[in-house]
Ligand binder design. Structure first.
Ligand code: ZN
Length: 378
């Protein structure tokens, strides 16, 4: 038996109790820390904003907290150091600035982007390198993986080295071999935590060497209660934000509600016009606006289409979904469902699937969207 850590009364707002939802995952992680049987690699999967990164940060704190063993005090020097990860964007920006805006491809590999809030804890994020030509897609680069490979075998200053790989699915499969080597000869006092939206986006050989945890959507009521910190929102709006977040507390916390309502209304209106297949002038004006607006990525706009179509499909089947994705448009969707059927929804979904694939090959957004909408006319 190890000596129990000194008595310490934790403040209410610190520690794992602060984590919202997915109690089963939290219990499992705490249990491993408690029994000192921590795996060398874990894979956290689930949608954006669901809490994967937050739990990984909390794990890093608990694995090294000077006062507690299967939780963290939030107050010791170690906890406070690692807590800087609560605002990773700032640390990433600082890292990029240090490397210099003009870094070329070789410099990017030579000076890998590593966020180090504490000597034992590293955060690796897809490098959003802005090479002038061509514009590179953010991804975890081989230089970053090499750095992790070297550092993973160092003795920790505290109890455990923790490497959080956010967007682990952006690593090139050809670089994954290097990463696999670390997993095959796991360092004893280090844990790698891979974060990805879906397990399928990782090589099976990597996946199978990680202890996997899938994060489930958090019930809307719990998110609404958690949103009391957004005092600017009325109770009804907090509930709506929670419903629109699709179970992701992080998404609900940052959602621009007015903008989201406006954008979804536009997308819905476009679908309405597509059904009648008439007002083409209006349709093209709407697609032009959606294609060029900058507040939301086009990818997310496509997600809005899918989300509305899913509600529409359920409504056209006569299903009153208990959890519609767009509760504020319930009546409008119901009415449109009366004028379409599942075949139409299927056609629309297929059109969007094709558009999504074409976009990866850089076809113009508006032209692509026009083609889909026009093809849906009655
Ligand atoms: Zn602590």
């Amino acid at each position: 038996m190890r000596a129990s850590p000194p008595r310490f009364v934790r403040k209410d707002n610190m520690g794992f109790s602060d984590f919202l939802g997915n109690e089963r995952v939290v219990r499992a992680v705490r249990g491993m820390l408690h029994r000192e049987r921590v795996p060398s690699a874990m894979l956290f999967t689930g949608p954006r904003g669901i809490g994967k990164f937050t739990l990984a940060r909390m794990f890093a704190q608990a694995a090294n907290c000077r006062r507690l063993q299967d939780d963290f005090c939030g107050e010791c020097e170690t906890c406070r150091g690692i807590a800087r990860l609560q605002n990773p964007a700032e640390l990433v920006a600082a890292g990029l600035a240090e490397r210099g805006e003009n870094a070329d491809a070789a410099a990017v590999e030579r000076t890998p982007l590593i966020v180090e809030p504490h000597p034992d804890v590293w955060l690796i994020v897809p490098d959003p390198v802005r090479l002038r030509n061509p514009v590179a897609r953010p991804m975890i680069r081989v230089g970053q993986l090499r750095a992790v490979q070297r550092a993973a075998y160092f003795q920790p200053l505290g109890r455990r080295r923790v490497f959080i790989l956010d967007g682990a699915d952006t690593m090139r499969w050809s670089d994954a071999d290097l990463f696999l080597k670390i997993l095959e000869e796991p360092p004893e006092s280090a844990t790698l935590i891979l974060l990805a939206q879906s397990p399928d986006s990782l090589l099976p050989t990597i996946r199978s060497r990680c202890l996997q945890f899938h994060f489930a959507p958090v019930p809307a009521e719990e998110i609404a209660a958690f949103l009391t910190s957004r005092a600017e929102l009325t109770r009804d709006k907090r509930i709506l934000a929670a419903q629109l977040s699709a179970g992701s507390p992080g998404a609900a916390l940052t959602l621009d509600l007015a903008e989201s309502v406006r954008l979804r209304a536009n997308v819905f209106h476009l679908l309405e016009n597509a059904v009648t297949g008439k007002k083409y002038g209006e349709i093209f004006a709407a697609t032009a606006q959606l294609a060029k607006q900058e507040k939301e990525s086009f990818e997310n706009i496509l997600l809005l289409f899918y989300s509305l179509l899913t509600d529409l499909l359920e409504a056209s089947q006569g299903n009153q979904s208990r959890l519609p994705r767009n509760p504020d448009l319930r009546r409008e969707i119901q009415s449109l469902a009366g004028r379409t059927d599942w075949r139409w929804v299927l056609r629309a979904t297929r059109g969007l699937d094709i558009l999504e694939r074409r976009l990866r090959r850089n076809i113009g957004r508006q032209l692509g969207l026009d083609a889909v909408v026009v093809s849906l006319g009655a």
